[in-house]
Design a protein around this ligand. Sequence first.
Ligand code: AMP
Ligand code: ZN
Length: 111
Amino acid sequence: MSDCLFCKISRGEIPSERVYEDDKVFVIKDINPQAPVHLLVIPHAHIESLNDLSEEYGALMAHIMGLLPKLAKEQGLDTGFRTIINTGRGGGQVIFHLHVHLLGGGQLPGF
Ligand code: AMP
Ligand code: ZN
């Protein structure tokens, strides 16, 4: 997807504050943080949203789930963290390239 923002960031065509990267995913600081720590965990593969997942992405999603607590620990989020996946316009998704928000620091308000 040549015009997708996160694909461009994945390819290094747009700068970002990268905190982690491997062959499956990259992790950047959100440009408009909603908590003291606000990271985005993004697969390199262009998947639009949870609605577009198929079984072939099972290992990728398990990889992301396993990475989240490691990133939280690295960021010093010892008392806990929040993860959010917005799906579709009605779910508040703005960038249609699947990503997981990782938020924490201080005491997050309840839902
Ligand atoms: P969503 O509403 O789930 O699609 O979230 C998109 C997120 O991407 C928002 O939290 C934005 O602040 C964030 N964002 C947009 N552009 C950038 C960028 N260039 N670098 C880092 N984060 C971004
Ligand atoms: Zn993309």
